[in-house]
Design a protein around this ligand. Structure first.
Ligand code: MSP
Length: 540
């Protein structure tokens, strides 16, 4: 039995609107989940929303609605976006759901019982206006005054529950030493290790200064810190803390996760605090925390104040102009999957679309289908065996591309997976250019050779398309309709489907136009025009 395949996105804060960053991480996970299901792995893909905390409480207050109402509205917006992007998640967890809240309390009770969570006292310099503590050094720097109101900082004391993170220092160090691929990409490992070497301190995991959170069990007035609440989503969605439930028996086999995919800014929580919590709960650790980098826009960090967020309306314009699958292709092949940020620009999007999708993928499918239409009356011709047209051994090429692509998918090397699959299309282009079937077609004596060439082109396109399906499912299914390919990814037979020689001679082939040329890059949406001062009256 193949290992099961559990993949998660971060759960997104409901006090923000969905934008390219959220869409990006979720699309990556979607591509991986589709590939693994196609490979026959029992796959579970989770995403959801993170709904507690003082920020949500404050945003709701500002809008004059309850935090639950705000969470309901914005969580629904995130779910609407999933549908818009054709994402294939198996569940969507919300941290305000009873199943999650109940289990977080069970897990915390367990941590109190083992002594890994304890009630501690914290004393520090408190800014009453900002509801914020400062360290001794910082307070001294501020001359013991609030940097905002100028009022004196007060010496305050708080009782909080703490997680005994310090006790896990050695175990975490050992774990990192023996699991070099726990954090990926590799360039991120050092930031975790160097901070780890500074030494771990216990972390407060409850708050008493607001109420919008999961109540800490047996501790009136304390709510669970939103980050601790949120991390637990990865196991509560599988009902791990409710062993008697039906969901538990259906889902518990997915733990531990193969990949927690996150952005680089939340690596510490996932690479250090989460494993320590799991160690304390005696649960197995996930296999890999994959922390990608950030999308930036036209060379600048995206921010609300600059108004340069690639937000949903912008993304929808790309879908309308280029198609959803072209958007997915760009996300996967040009995104910040490794250690450097990626710049989103309309011009670059347009260039990559034209080069890889129009001129390569679509063009190859279109010229092959057109030639079959013209020379063989739209029916796939038979491959004459033993006819050495070039020294390509197509069955070996296809097998090699297939195995490399599948390995890249499994290892979450999604850019390489997509490019390796596309390389088979480039191979077909090279083959057409070398053998020049349009010239051979001029002499009927070449019919057998022509038939062989076009069979091989069509068969290689079929295999490439199958391998590209996780990235662009709709366009590939369109191609399958034109090429008469019968393929159901749900059967889980990716590698068998990619074996050479399965296309049948005589299959009707229609002319296929997958990606249309787009004239020019999308113009940026006009920024909100500043209110123009009234024009002076023209002199008489
Ligand atoms: N709620 C926490 C996560 C808790 S997980 C237990 C959170 N939420 S968030 O809404 O701020 O989402 C952060 C995630 O959105 C990042 O980790 C990343 O996956 C994605 N992105 C947000 N901005 C991004 C970019 N500019 N570029 C790429 N992805 C980024 O943090």
């Amino acid at each position: 039995m193949q290992q099961s395949a559990y993949i998660t996105t971060p759960i997104y804060y409901v006090n923000d609107k969905p934008h390219i960053g959220h869409a990006y991480t979720t699309t990556l996970c979607d591509v991986w989940a589709r590939a693994m299901r196609f490979c026959g792995r029992d796959t579970f893909f989770l995403t959801g929303t993170d709904e507690h905390g003082s920020k949500v409480e404050k945003s709701a207050q500002a809008k004059g609605i309850s935090p639950q109402q705000l969470a309901d509205e914005n969580s629904a917006e995130f779910r609407r976006v999933l549908a818009l992007f054709g994402l294939s998640n198996d569940d969507f967890i919300r941290t305000t759901e009873p199943r999650h809240e109940r289990q977080v309390q069970v897990l915390l009770r367990q941590l109190v019982a083992t002594g890994d969570v304890y009630l501690g006292e914290f004393e520090g310099w408190y800014d009453e206006g900002q509801e914020e503590y400062h360290t001794e050094t910082k307070a001294k720097e501020l001359e013991y005054k609030s940097p905002i109101s100028g009022r004196p900082l007060v010496r305050a004391r708080e009782h909080n529950y703490y997680f005994r993170l310090s006790a896990f220092q050695k175990r975490l160090e050992d774990f990192f030493a023996t699991n070099p691929e726990f954090v990926r990409p590799n360039a991120r490992v050092n930031e975790v290790l160097s901070r780890l070497r500074d030494g771990l301190q216990d972390v407060p995991i409850t708050r008493t200064n607001f109420t919008w959170g999961i109540p800490m069990p047996d501790a009136p007035g304390h709510v669970v810190y939103v980050w601790i609440d949120a991390l637990f989503n990865y196991v509560t969605a599988l009902d791990l803390a409710e062993p008697m439930s039906a969901a538990h028996s259906a889902r518990s086999q997915y733990w531990p996760a193969r990949y927690h995919v996150i952005g680089k800014e939340i690596l510490w929580f996932h690479a250090v605090i989460w494993p320590a919590l799991l160690m304390a709960l005696k649960l197995p650790l996930p296999q890999c925390i994959y922390a990608h980098s950030f999308w930036i826009a036209d060379g600048q960090k995206m921010s609300k104040s600059l108004g340069n967020f690639i937000d949903l309306p912008t993304i929808e314009r790309y879908h309308a102009a280029y198609s959803l699958d072209a958007w997915r292709w760009y996300m996967v092949t040009q995104g910040p999957l490794e250690a450097t940020d990626a710049d989103f620009s309309a011009k670059h999007f347009h260039e990559m679309y034209t080069a890889e999708l129009v001129n390569t993928f679509a063009n190859c499918a279109s010229r092959t289908s057109a030639m079959i239409g013209k020379y063989f009356d739209g029916k796939l011709p038979a491959e004459a065996t033993g006819d050495a047209l070039t020294n390509r051994v197509w069955s070996a090429i296809a097998a090699d591309v297939t195995s490399r692509t599948i390995t890249h998918y499994e290892r979450f090397e999604l850019r390489q997976a997509a490019q390796t699959a596309l390389s088979l299309i480039r191979e077909v282009d090279g083959f057409i250019n070398e053998t020049q079937p349009f010239k051979l077609a001029k002499d009927p004596a070449n019919t057998a050779q022509l038939a062989t060439i076009l069979y091989r082109c069509a068969e290689a396109i079929r295999i490439a398309s199958v391998l590209l399906w996780p990235v662009m499912p709709s366009k590939v299914e369109e191609l399958w309709r034109c090429f008469g390919v019968v393929c159901d990814p749900r059967e889980g037979k990716l590698s068998a489907v990619c074996a050479w020689g399965q296309s049948r001679a005589g299959t009707p082939i229609e002319k296929c136009a997958l990606y249309m040329r787009v004239d020019a890059p999308l113009a940026p949406l006009a920024p909100l025009a500043p209110v123009a001062p009234a024009a002076p009256a023209a002199p008489a």
